[in-house]
Design a protein around this ligand. Sequence first.
Ligand code: AMP
Ligand code: MG
Length: 422
Amino acid sequence: MSTLTITQASCADDYDPNSMPVAKARDFIHRFLTPVQGTLRVPVRSALGRVLAEDILSPVDVPSHRNSAMDGWAMRGADLAADRESTLEEIGVSFAGKPFGGRVAAGQCVRIMTGGVVPEGADTVVMQERAKAQAKKVTFAAGQKTGQNVRQAGEDLKRGSVALRRGRMVRPAELGLIASLGIGEVAVYRPLRVAFFSTGDELKGVGTPLGEGEIYDSNRYTIHGMLTRLGCEVLDMGVVRDDPEALERAFAEAAASADVVITSGGVSVGEADFVKGMLGKLGEVVFWKIAMKPGRPLAYGKIGGAHFFGLPGNPVSVMVTFYQFVRDALLVLMGANPVEPVPTFTATCTGRLKKAPGRTEFQRGVLTRGPDGRLTVRPTGEQGSGILKSMSDANCFIILGDDTGNVEPGTLVEVQLLEGVV
Ligand code: AMP
Ligand code: MG
């Protein structure tokens, strides 16, 4: 799709930019995303939150040796009678890191601790709770099975096999897994550079008094937070006035210094026309009215080599459109593969929800497990797109699809957790 331009695609597609379904906008954006090219080698710990740029092959068998899964004794399974107790002679010990050097013969056993090497000759471990030791004579309960409680060498990972694929986001489990292979450095994709600025004559920065009609710029703070959580390198370009020259300069500078440019405000009806004209000069951008609430106006395109997301101005709309469109796109650009959409599940809604059919709504809710064990979700009060508290109080979105109308208490609704999304 690399030869397809955004304007060609938008003309070819039979959609109405004034009522763009959420899924269609998402698919459209994904046609233009290719991961960043640069990679770097970093010490394992520094790979946390980065995306692997190479397959990690296991240089060793994991576990490297046959070992015990339990504290107990190791013996030949054939020495244990199925239907009565069996008594064997203890000839030594095998602790984790201190193997027993000898061989276990018929009638013998070796005291063994979890992780200890299962000695030659032995093939079975009986846990200590099923045994009674008297000096060197150990009696084992009936009903043991040959091979039990023994972890085979290479059981978790065979030498040479792929432990982690390129495209995997490194989380704490991956850090540990890589270290368990004895690998100290890995190749990761370079961080994605994202420049962002807020637009609006009414916006003031924190720490300055507000004049009449002015408000504090909060979008740069939520955007900073979401980008940082995703592992992006952020370039905060401040507030830009609703002034064509200042905006043109800001867009050009942002696109020249970053992989992605994100703005808030200025894409709604009225403001869009003048931004449209300017972006038409600088690059290729499509402006949509998404069939969703909040977050109706949205722009996407390329300015030079940079991807551009023009988010709405309203603070809740910014977060919703970021979660629903920008997050997955940034993950793809960061090299993550596959990018899993944030899962949704169902919960019983405890409140009445006002909802108009014909658009997808992302209301904010609090998900809890009721005393009967069922998941329930209650809306966080006023749902206006400017009310950031509705996001802050929430731990999930209540996603009401295009066809849904008003929701009565007791109805099953689709929910999507906010934590872990960024
Ligand atoms: P706009 O899309 O520029 O028309 O903005 C829509 C609404 O969001 C207006 O009420 C703006 O004042 C408000 N808004 C825009 N940008 C920000 C921002 N950075 N922080 C807080 N509110 C904003
Ligand atoms: Mg504005």
